[in-house]
Design a binder for this molecule. Sequence first.
Ligand SMILES: [Zn+2]
Length: 252
Amino acid sequence: MKWHEGGSIQYRIRTSLRARNLRLTISPREGLTVVAPRNFDPRRIPAIVERKRTWIEAHLRRFAEAAIGAEAAGKAGHREADALPDTLELPALGESWQIRYQPTNTRVVGVLAEEPERLTVYGAVSDHDACREVLKQWLRRRTREELVPWLDRLAAKNGFKFREALIRGPKTRWASCSAKGTINLSFKLLFLERHWVRCVLLHELCHTVCMNHSPRFWTLLGGLEPECREIQKRMRDGWKRVPAWVEKREGE
Ligand SMILES: [Zn+2]
């Protein structure tokens, strides 16, 4: 199909065997199409297009604006998803960290806590995936440094024994306890209220003596902390507390 020009309006002509009259159609993808019956004299078309100019231009303008709007919205959405955090609120530890990104001439990315509640991410910081990765590693380290000793203290105080504690980051579990007595803690617990985390730790410790969620389990847990069952219900939308950048996969 060939492009024609009437004034400054471009259009193409399609001959239709069924069309009785000349028709103009406009679509965002194709622009203006003139559908002409067979035997229609093409020399008459420019004048017809010209008469419809206002109508045609209004449509073309609206399509162009919509396309620009969609592109801008797409870019903004991507920017937001790709943004790096400049703070880390960790209610579980009662800490609020400021993050600074310092480009240095190295190919790796590292993280330093030089002062209390001040983090510096340094290196090839234009690599956002790498920055998120070191921040997550740092969160895992904080979990090991803070939540594991807390788990130890709660175990000692209440007479529980567990084999070891591992730090993980699954998408839908805050913690778990294996039959062998390994307790897995998600580093995302750091984003929850301190008393919620306490309930999670007590919950897993109770599993070291009762693997299921039987009445016996709830009696045991309730004896340690009566509020736990209620808090667990509230924790179902606790995932909203986890910042979006944490769940972002590499290259997304
Ligand atoms: Zn459980």
